[in-house]
Design a protein around this ligand. Sequence first.
Ligand code: PEP
Length: 253
Amino acid sequence: MRKKIVAANWKMNLTLNQGAELVNDLFNGMPVLNDDKLVILAPPFTHLTQTAEQLAGMIDVHLAAQNCHHEAAGAYTGEISAAMLKSAEVEYVIIGHSERRLYFKEDDATLAKKVNQALTNELKVIFCCGEPLEIRDANTQNSFVESQIKAGLFHLSTEQLEEIVLAYEPIWAIGTGRTASSAQAQDMHEHIRSVIAKQYGQEAADNMSILYGGSCKASNAAELFACPDVDGGLIGGASLKAEEFLGIIEALS
Ligand code: PEP
């Protein structure tokens, strides 16, 4: 069944102590969620073990990493494998974030390999897609996002696709304070669902959670999440403050 999800991407923020304090504050303010709703936290690699321990008593909150390497193991100094994440009790991994695509030159082929590594190691994937401003201005965002999804995911079986959560994150909205309107988000999410339906069938598309990301905050989350094809959000800046993030979680209901 399709889940409603709010996921936090802490990016390269917070020391260990600050991270622990934030999780503690979330713990104290967390509303009770129904079975069809969940929260995911993606702290930096260094925080994963500590966060896993803190989350042990929180059944609605799951642990994600922000990246994994595209090979299984070997001489890749500074990198982290999907198997290592699994052994650290991580459940999800974010793959294809626009910052990874841009700053670390992660291309479609590499991202498809990362997806394979994650699934081989029984991690679920939050797969990000989204267009830059010039593509939005040219009104070619639908085909741009469609090609990202095809390149990253269409080699998967229907069964494997069940382990994927999609996150639509228009690059012009990330960290800019410029949120997509609910109509823009709904249009794209509906398009993404139709792309999935064409390849995998309507049932697979209906079961897929598609999150919106890009300057989502407590004040605009309810309107975005009310769109029929928006199943929650991937949250950057606003996930670093407990009160703000809890406000976004409240907007799930
Ligand atoms: C993100 O980078 O995934 C994101 C959505 O960032 P922000 O919420 O800060 O725009």
